[in-house]
Design a protein around this ligand. Structure first.
Ligand code: SF4
Length: 361
């Protein structure tokens, strides 16, 4: 855990949509309800949850691409919600977004050179010659040949287009990249390449990454810390290794237990799948929002909302019963193969756990 101030922090950030009167009348949608989180400099922080849990809305709030209903977002200690549009424009060079869909996020009428050069024109004072050199460099850094710069986006594959999107995001020299499902629109065979590219660029450029995904395999391979989101709220945060080995919240456990087991004769996860649908964010259930699907729900869960509480090892969990429930993780399960980086992190975590266990009374 770093002693440095977090690069990004939210304090009780809330986003509700609708709920207006007159012509704007409509139901009030609780997309994000008070969320406070912090992202450390240089880490990959993941936000995971089912579709419709509010994670994409949260990602947009983090960069103030949409305005919060209430609460604050701090970047490098500055309250983004208090900045003027001009101040915000200047700061955007440091905070960039990678979109889910590399097909619609690039203007089809612009050549690749123009697309990647655009942020350089907005955020730097480089000459035309320097910009040309920089675009060539950026294309090389994302694994594309500079001669591709005179082609249009439709001439590229999905993976190549996402590389162009990443080059464009890197052009302004950001410190923070937020990726909203950055690989989910790509073929499975290309996903690993883009994940590895983001990992390499993170090291090369000293970036902090925030990755939004519903895909636990992506989260497990890429991230250092994870926040699990359910119906507009964070229900658990933990270092990635401990989250997968010992998930504390019943929702996290259900997500992890539902990961398919890629082994011959392995049991289908059908019997461990989450039951029921995620409730409507128009009328979130009272008490614990997960109680309508939780196999461990008791009376208090229907009445009292649980808040995040410290659970050791830098972990936080929002569940009345977390300390008394069994915690089934991936230990002993034949899971998807890990990247070398993730293997190292798991090995370190196991060593630390063994050392802690040896030192405890
Ligand atoms: Fe389940 Fe109750 Fe914990 Fe909610 S508070 S996750 S309903 S046990």
């Amino acid at each position: 855990m770093t002693a440095e101030a977090p690069i990004l922090e939210t304090r009780d950030i809330v986003k509700h949509f609708g709920g207006g009167t007159g012509l704007a009348a409509g139901p009030l949608v609780h997309a994000v309800d008070p969320i406070s989180l912090s992202v450390n400099r240089g880490e990959t922080f993941a936000i995971v949850g089912e579709s419709g849990c509010g994670k994409s809305t949260l990602a947009r709030l983090l960069l103030r691409l949409i305005e919060p209903t209430s609460g604050q977002v701090y970047y490098e200690g500055q309250d983004l919600t208090a900045l003027t549009p001009t101040q915000m424009r200047k700061l955007r060079a440091e905070m960039q977004f990678i979109f889910q869909d590399p097909f619609s996020s690039l203007n089809p009428r612009m050549k690749v050179r123009t697309l990647v050069e655009e942020p350089l024109l907005v955020h730097t004072r480089l000459s035309a010659r320097e910009r040309r050199t920089r675009v060539d460099e950026l294309l090389r850094q994302v694994g594309l040949r500079p001669e591709y710069a005179d082609r249009y986006p439709h001439e590229f594959s999905g993976g190549q287009r996402q590389r162009i999107g990443i080059a464009r995001a890197l052009a302004s020299g950001p410190k923070l990249l937020i990726g909203d499902e950055p690989v989910s629109a790509l073929d499975v065979s290309v996903r690993a390449q883009i994940i590895n590219l983001l990992d390499e660029l993170k090291g090369a450029f000293g970036l902090t990454l925030v990755i939004i995904s519903h895909d636990l395999a992506v989260i497990r391979h890429m991230s250092d810390r994870v926040a699990v989101m359910y119906l507009g709220q964070i229900v658990e945060t933990a270092p990635v290794e401990s989250l997968f080995e010992r998930p504390l919240h019943p929702y996290t456990q259900a997500l992890i237990q539902a990961i398919p087991v890629p082994a011959p004769g392995a049991r289908d996860p059908g019997d461990r799948k989450l039951r029921g649908d995620i409730p409507s964010p128009v009328a979130p259930p009272p008490g614990c929002r997960f109680h309508t699907r939780c196999p461990h729900a008791v009376e208090i869960c229907h009445q009292k909302e649980p808040f995040l509480e410290a659970a050791g090892e830098g972990r936080f969990v929002a569940c009345h019963r977390w300390s008394e429930l069994p915690h089934r993780g991936l230990t002993g399960k034949v899971g998807a193969a890990l990247t070398p980086g993730a293997e190292r992190r798991f090995a370190l975590y196991r060593e630390r756990s063994a050392a802690d266990a040896g030192g405890s009374p």
